[in-house]
Design a protein around this ligand. Structure first.
Ligand code: ADE
Length: 251
């Protein structure tokens, strides 16, 4: 997986690229991340990357020339590579990122992430953009944090980045339901006990318990998910039990 980032704040990425799973994946050559300082692509000696909007209005707009020069340079730098990159502009107006979209982006294998600032970027840059992506319905001061979210979520799919293969398939948003609750040692803490069934060693029972608790978690935290999916007979039975139990608990 290759990711190129265009930003006016390259150092913002230092933390995420030098810690944990992502830094290991970079060291192991599983992912390649290159940061491009937009100012390096400015024409003038002051390295101007922004200007006032035509037609008036508040704030500044990122100029088209440095951005387009940067995109073009990135494309030519890996010309030997047969693929061309998928260019993303991070913006609050984009398509909302979800797990399905993350998987789609992972499959592109080469992403260019454009981090906007100020009031946005000159519209003419959009001709070089394949998709506009938002990480949620709120406005950040720039696209850098959003780019980090995309990198983190996408890189988890790269082979060998997340150790347990199973965890990628079983986690929330890849299955129908949210995750079941997890426990680790100690068995009893502040009078709170780990559910008996998890200590039983009976794998079938544990599987059924986890399915029901995943349904409970979904019912309690994201009931909207349950309205949009088809349930098996067993899942329906568990959901009915969960609803009865939770109603009783509330009384
Ligand atoms: N830039 C500013 N706000 C953003 C958001 N919500 N998602 C992506 N990029 C952004």
């Amino acid at each position: 997986m290759r990711i190129d980032i265009i930003t006016i704040f390259p150092t913002m990425f230092d933390g995420m690229l030098s810690c944990g799973v992502i830094s290991r994946a970079i060291k192991d050559g599983k992912i390649m991340v290159k940061i491009w300082d937009l100012r390096e692509f400015a024409f003038d000696k002051h390295k101007t990357v922004d200007d006032k909007p035509y037609g008036g209005g508040a704030g500044m707009v990122l100029k088209p020339e440095p951005l387009i020069r940067a995109i073009r340079k990135i494309k030519t730098e890996h010309k030997r590579d047969e693929n061309s990159p998928f260019v993303i502009y991070l913006s609050p107006q984009g398509k909302i990122l979800n797990q399905k979209k993350v998987l789609e982006l992972y499959k592109k294998k080469w992403l260019v992430l454009i981090c906007g600032r100020y009031e946005g970027i000159d519209e003419r840059v959009m001709r070089f953009v394949n998709e506009e992506i938002s990480i949620g319905e709120y406005v950040l001061t720039g696209g850098e944090v959003a780019a980090m979210v995309v990198i983190d979520a996408v890189c988890r799919y790269v082979k060998g980045v997340v150790k347990e293969k199973e965890s990628l398939l079983k986690e929330s948003f890849m299955t129908k339901f949210l995750d079941y609750p997890q426990y680790t040692r100690p068995q009893v803490y502040m009078n709170m006990k780990v559910p008996e069934v998890l200590l039983s060693g009976d794998h079938k029972k544990i599987q059924l318990y986890r399915l029901k608790e995943a349904i409970r978690n979904t019912y309690k935290k994201r009931p909207d998910i349950l309205h949009n999916i088809r349930l098996s007979k067993l899942e329906k039975k568990f959901l009915e039990e969960v609803i009865t139990e939770e109603n009783r608990r509330r009384k």
